[in-house]
Write a protein that binds this ligand. Structure first.
Ligand code: 0WD
Ligand code: CA
Length: 378
């Protein structure tokens, strides 16, 4: 229903983006000054190995090796005989981040005398925040975000929507193959050690991951989140993390101005949102031909993307993304008031709708594991 609360002030009608029960996602409501977003600081990292085991260190870090001017990377190579795919029906929720928190609690403990166990308002995955940033422009995929307040901190963990579950279970062979291409590009451009070269003859294993953990603030929201990082600059004089990190992408080769425009209007929104959040300064895109061969690479500097898109008609705006995310987090703080690890506030959104929520007690939505609750209560 279209029930934005309206305020009358002289002849101007002000629309508030939220009433007590829902939050609007209309772009116009978020076109204000860019909110304060503090430079993200890396407070730690962790690695997941080939068996998806957690390590509180950077053993899975990789180093970017710049390809030739005219690369010829066949992304189809190794599919499927050298491909170990993570089982994505296993829902890991926030478990890896929580393991990191437990192992690094001394770095995060609240210094002020408060009942909070951690000195942050929100703990989540970077990918969940990316979805929030792009929501005002999303026309296809909705989302479900489960929120639990525990010792003053709000934990946000995604729940797979029915549509996403159906899509995952019915992925076509072509789609599975295209998902492999992105990982194969990483293998052509990343080395395990600072002095070695990439080894495209090995197997691609998507269980392996290196994740950064960053702390930052969006307006009055203190955030702690983790995101997977593809590789880093191998120059020892490169800036400290996250400034040395590089995000890798693949995309279809650009042959016409229309294709370039579509890249700016749709893909750069996702690329910008994902890397801006943790302060990753550049995205390196490998452009592939119709046959899955990377024929060129291009660097996109995150700080220059807002200029690149200014000439596009009816384009996305970074300020709308950030203001919507900020207002959503305020909405969550207002709604999720009961401090109880077994209560979940489930926020849901579908395109052309408002964000709404429901409340669940001791339900299958509960996601904070017992070991975490026990650890943080002692
Ligand atoms: O339980 C869940 N629903 C989630 C688990 C949601 C999101 C992530 N995860 C796990 C992933 O398996 C991964 O280890 O968390 C880690 C990534 O977190 P993130 O950085 O917050 O996620 P996102 O920004 O969406 O993705 C970053 C990269 C992707 O790179 P591209 O260039 O495609 O955006 O993480 C990888 C992927 O390389 N990735 C995954 N790898 C294996 N399985 C998955 C996945 N389901 N999702 C993303
Ligand atoms: Ca990537």
């Amino acid at each position: 229903a279209n029930d934005h609360r309206q305020y009358q002030s002289g002849s101007t009608t002000w629309q508030s983006p939220a009433n007590s029960q829902s939050l609007s996602t209309r772009r116009e409501l978020y076109e204000r000054d860019f909110p304060l977003y503090k430079q993200p600081v890396e407070v730690g990292c962790f690695s997941l190995d080939a068996q998806r085991r957690f390590f509180n260190d950077n053993r899975q870090m990789r180093y970017y090796v710049e390809p030739d001017r005219n690369p010829n990377f066949d992304l189809k190579d190794g599919y499927k005989d050298r491909f170990v795919k993570r089982d994505d029906s296993v829902k890991e929720k926030l478990d890896h981040i929580l393991r990191w928190v437990v192992a690094n609690r001394s770095k995060l403990d609240s210094t002020t005398a408060s009942s909070r166990a951690l000195d942050v308002d929100f703990v989540t995955w970077r990918g969940h925040l990316t979805k929030l940033l792009t929501t005002p422009y999303e026309t296809r995929d909705g989302w479900l975000l489960a929120v639990t307040r525990f010792r003053g901190t709000l934990y946000i963990s995604e729940v797979e929507t029915e549509a996403a579950c159906r899509e995952r279970e019915n992925r076509t062979e072509r789609h599975e193959k295209m998902m492999y291409w992105g990982y194969k590009f990483e293998q052509y451009t990343c080395a395990d050690d600072i002095q070695s070269s990439p080894d495209p003859s090995g197997a691609v294993n998507t269980n392996e991951a290196f994740c950064t953990v960053v702390q930052t603030r969006l307006a009055d929201h203190k955030l702690l989140f983790s995101g997977e990082v593809d590789c880093r600059d191998k120059d020892p004089n490169a800036p400290a993390p996250p400034g040395c990190y590089v995000e890798l992408k693949t995309s279809a080769e650009i042959c016409t101005p229309k294709q370039r425009s579509n890249l700016h209007r749709f893909k750069l929104l996702k690329w910008w949102a994902q890397s801006f959040l943790p302060g990753v300064p550049r995205v390196i895109a490998g452009f592939r031909d119709h046959d899955g061969v990377v024929v060129s690479v291009e660097t996109f500097h995150i700080s220059k993307i807002s200029h690149l898109i200014k000439n596009e008609y009816n384009c996305w705006k970074p300020t709308v993304c950030m203001n919507f995310c900020c207002d959503f987090l305020s909405f969550v703080k207002r709604v999720a008031t009961e401090d109880n690890p077994s209560v979940v506030y489930l926020f849901s959104w579908e395109p052309c709708r408002e964000v709404t929520f429901s409340i669940h007690r001791d339900s299958p939505y509960s996601f904070l594991p017992h070991w975490y609750i026990q650890e943080m209560t002692s």
